[in-house]
Design a protein around this ligand. Sequence first.
Ligand code: FES
Ligand code: FES
Length: 159
Amino acid sequence: MLNIVHMWVNGSEVELAVDPREMLLETLRDKLNLTSVKKGCGVGECGACTVLIDGVAVDTCLYLTMWADGKHILTTEGLKGPNGELNPIQQAFIDEAAVQCGFCTPGLIMTAVEIVGTGKKYTREELRKLIAGHLCRCTGYENILNAIEKVAGLNSEVF
Ligand code: FES
Ligand code: FES
């Protein structure tokens, strides 16, 4: 039996019939074509599938789509400005060379959005803990931390 799920994705209202076992990762990638949401480990270890659900960073590989009923989902596709311009966090990742293959990047950016959204200034060690759920095989973490540090606590009005 299929379940009807009604949610908002990047500001647009979406209604879908989904299998109760379907994970939000599959729905976003395969049904809504939001391919910034990456499938890495599939078991909640790498953070590549992270999106914001009602403002909280969540691993979508562990989150059933039916749980998203009535919720607001934000993916990296939803960060771009009205003329397609990059969000300041995305720009900071570019400026700090925090991207190499880019596979981990959308998930890290969504966690960075959550961090910046708190409006708090964090120490380097605190930021390191806040991104601990993300694995990057390429750049190492220093440039990623540089990028997040650049925007965290400076301007929480960027969204
Ligand atoms: S794919 Fe979800 S945490 Fe790795
Ligand atoms: S940039 Fe390649 S996994 Fe992070």
